[in-house]
Design a binder for this molecule. Sequence first.
Ligand code: MTE
Length: 300
Amino acid sequence: MLIKKPADIRPSEITPPALYAQRRAFIKGTAALAGTILLGPGPGHAADDDLKPTPYKDITSYNNFYEFGASKTDPAEHAGRLKTRPWTVTVEGHCEKPGQYALEDILAPHTAEERIYRLRCVEAWSMVVPWLGIPLGKILPRFQPTASAKYVEFTTLLDPAQMPGQKTRLLDWPYVEGLRMDEALHPLTLLATGLYGKELPNQNGAPLRLVVPWKYGFKSIKSIVKIRFSEQMPRTSWAGENPAEYGFYANVNPEVDHPRWSQRKERRVGEFFRRDTLPFNGYAAEVAGLYTGMDLHRFF
Ligand code: MTE
């Protein structure tokens, strides 16, 4: 699909989101005529309408990014002040190539791909986002994790001067998330650098955020500055804050209620009627095998 590094995309090349849907419809028609395979929606999708991208305006103005405040409009209002260049990512823990890597060096040999994924929040709303990113499984092996690397932990920038939410005790800062190694290396796991064909807006986690489409949105940690290979399961922010409500795995599971509400339905932002929530957010065929033999009521 769109094979460009965000840094290579000139403003003149940016597709206005309103034209985007038309362009995709056109590309689809053309691909069908030419008999080519369109990779766009990626695996795990149902009806076409199910993956109709949420408008750019909604994706970038209805956010969770507690570093900028707890209301949905705070990130768009306050994240503009975050300086995302230069940006360094520290790689540490059980690997042969730890170090401080410039953002450009992390991304350098790769080209960003477009992946249209659902994002399902534990608060029971969802969106469909045309992400630009690089599969994490292409990036992590370069740091040569050792046999002791069972998990990968990610940390968001800690800088209360730029992130006013960090002056409050909303969470135990910095924000931390983690994946088991096989989840991190799964081809659906993306290190996102953009959306709708352009660079990530700050409120969506610039310059680098995780996207794990079969898990609740809170696993998709934003503005990452550290990647750590660990032997033990990381203490993740939400599970650490409230272990009765948020587990380490956080797989989208309509069968397991959040203690304060059901997870059976969701409201797609911009739509009126609620939809059924799909197991693993619709990606069960690809990822259910990662959890064979696990009691998913216990490991929620
Ligand atoms: N990452 C950081 N650093 N801080 C946050 O508060 N919120 C999470 C996740 N990543 C969050 C974060 C939650 S709860 C959700 S639902 C998604 O980001 C929202 O992503 P979006 O705003 O791009 O839709």
